[in-house]
Write a protein that binds this ligand. Structure first.
Ligand code: NDP
Length: 313
């Protein structure tokens, strides 16, 4: 009999219509909560994204949990999360590249003033304008230099920007100035014309994108948040944009998702808002990831990318 993997929570689009034979090809049987009958005692493996709080605690024999996203805050927000069960996060090159593409695209749109030319085209107006600043004089700061932050730094390098990053521990990445720990955050912020957030959402980072942080960025700084909505105090961002201290923002994640139609972020002239699509989990890659994790767990091999639950990422 194939090992069963129970799924619930937010799943990639179309997940519920995948035929069982496709899961079997990756070495496991999929059980979809609410669709397939199962007994909680027979479930050894769970996979999903943001499962309902308390749900995992109803599975007494869990051996491993596989997150379908790179971030695991949707698991650890659960006060009843079974902390003794290994939690594996999804680390996938396609997802990492897509995150980097999203950020590079939006940095270049802002850097080149593309929204100005879009508006001019709308009026059939031939408005030439110099770049506001050369790329070699433009300082890009990345909050979080993990798998995704590092890929973003590498992807921006060919454009001749000055690149820095902030992380908990010091990094040695050629071409990237490393700032580490709370004591170096202010120095990092003071030189970040673009502030890109790709931190995990933890107790330490929740609400980090707030009025105090914005005030420490250079005047005219641009903010990109592709991490989690919980990092950003949305009202503080709007105030900093309205005061002119920040020149613009790109947001892919929000405190409430879907972003309510009444949110001022939809219509703010200096905000680009996208529906949490910077990178969506690729189905084939996810099936391969789960299959490999199950195979390893079944033969007692160590699991990859196990989250440090105490640290929160
Ligand atoms: P990693 O775990 O690889 O990297 C996290 C980075 O953040 C590390 O450099 C870490 O420092 C740093 N960090 C964590 N806490 C602190 C802190 N308190 N102070 C300073 N630095 C800190 O994560 P990923 O790069 O894979 O992913 C980052 C996040 O991106 C995910 O958690 C998720 O929320 C988000 N994401 C969003 C997606 C979207 O579609 N919008 C898609 C995928 C991910 P150190 O290296 O020293 O430990």
């Amino acid at each position: 009999m194939m090992p069963k993997v129970l799924f619930t929570g937010m799943l990639p689009p179309g997940w519920g219509t995948i035929p069982q034979a496709r899961f079997a090809a990756f070495g496991f049987e999929a059980v979809l909560d609410g669709r397939d009958p199962y007994k909680s005692e027979e479930i050894f493996y769970f996979s999903g994204f943001r499962p309902p709080p308390g749900f995992l605690n109803t599975l007494p024999n869990l051996r491993a949990i596989f997150s379908l996203g790179a971030g695991v805050d949707g698991f650890l927000r659960d006060p009843d999360f079974p902390r003794d069960v290994p939690l594996v996060r999804f680390v996938d090159q396609t997802l990492i590249h897509e995150m980097a593409q999203y950020v590079v695209m939006h940095v270049l749109i802002a850097h080149r003033g593309q929204r100005f030319f879009d508006a001019a085209q709308h009026e059939s107006a031939w408005h030439q304008r110099m770049l506001l600043r050369a790329s070699r004089e433009t300082r890009i700061g990345i909050l979080g230099l993990g798998d995704i932050g590092t890929a973003i730094a590498h992807s921006l390098m060919p454009f001749d920007f000055q690149i820095s990053g902030w992380s908990k521990t010091r990094k040695t990445i050629p071409g990237v100035k490393s700032y580490a720990g709370a004591s170096e955050l202010d120095a990092f912020l003071g030189q970040a014309d673009y502030c890109i957030c790709v931190l995990p959402l933890t107790e330490k980072t929740r609400g980090i994108l707030n009025a105090a942080l914005f005030a420490k960025l250079p005047k005219g700084a641009f903010v990109i948040n592709v991490a989690r909505g919980g990092h950003l105090v949305e009202a503080d961002l709007i105030a900093a944009l309205n005061s002119g201290h920040l020149s613009g923002a790109v947001l892919d994640v929000f405190q409430a998702e879907p972003l309510p139609a009444t949110s001022p972020l939809w219509t703010h002239p200096d905000v680009t808002a996208t529906p949490h699509i910077a990178a969506l989990t690729d189905t084939k890659a996810a099936l391969k990831f789960i299959g490999e994790c199950v195979r390893r767990a079944e033969v007692g091999q160590p699991l990859p990318h196990v989250v440090d639950v105490k640290r929160g990422y």
